[in-house]
Design a protein around this ligand. Sequence first.
Ligand SMILES: [Mn+2]
Length: 378
Amino acid sequence: MRILHTSDWHLGKRLYKLDRSPEHELFLDWLLKTLIDQKVDLLLIAGDIFDTPTPPHQSLELFYNFLYRVSKETKAEVFMIAGNHDSGLLLEAPAKILEGHRVRVWGKLSSSISDHWIRFQNIDICALPFFRSYELLADGEGDALSAIRNYITKPKERPQLLMLHHLAGIHEAGGSEQVITLSGVDSIPTEDLKIFDYVALGHIHKPQKIAPQSYYSGSPLLLRFSETTKKSVILIEEEAGQLHPRTLPIPVFRDFFTIKTNEKEYQSELENIQSTSTLTPMVEVQIELASPKVGLIDHIKEILQKKNMELLSYQPLFLTGEKKEKRSDKIFKLSPLELFEEFYMTKFPESEGLPVDLKEDFTKLLEKVKDAHSSPKN
Ligand SMILES: [Mn+2]
């Protein structure tokens, strides 16, 4: 029996202006083929299926067409849980129809613990969607960790697998995850995961093992330029009650390059980029400059265009005085408005700068915040 563990698809995600759906389409085609080739019996999606609680209609279509193809073209069943980015109610809305297609969904925490346990062949599976502390502790009383333990503990009659969208053990973040302490527990101790024969975790985007038999599969796509880890899914083979996981690498459908350069070297560095990815490679340029240089962006775009690549993010780093200032040091010296301007430029690198109306609105907002802090509350 074979199980495939995936998570954090983030359908509908954009990176700056780039729509990621072409990459998601290629990933789902690859996943469907993998389910067939590897004779997978059960596909796990450990949360953050969509990037937002109200995903674009195209993302919903992509997702449901994929589930339809899984039910028609493979023998696999699908178990999925909601992550902190998902709307549990949205995921559960078509639950009854999905059940007819061998798809099970856990969107919200049920007050009945047995709703979260399901038997699949000779394995007992506990599927726990992302939860907030008020869902876990109905009356707001008690200890969140003991409440979680109540959900994930069941007398052991056969191998047990836990699917969870939460922080567990000590992990290394990929940088694109939201903080989720809303559950009342910062991180579930690995001690509590020991009883399980496999723990399929979602939330952290960098694939990693955090304890024996406990894995974050990671997101199938890079969600930021700064992520450099190769992406993968985990194939778990069951043999005589033992679960053996192994990593299957996901092909790179689109390359993302960060080029840290300067005025002298940018041309040769850009010309040296090598890529064989199916989709147009995207480039982020961080360039050190003594002063703003007219026509530089156009020149960079021209070089990249000749290589069939695109400039997606442009970050000039201005050298002040003799010493160059690190970006991280610089950020701490900026006023909130300057920081907002900086943020705007990274979001819309081709714009002329922060529009006046946005600047006014932001300034008003700042004043409101200041007033709220200074006026005594009754
Ligand atoms: Mn995520």
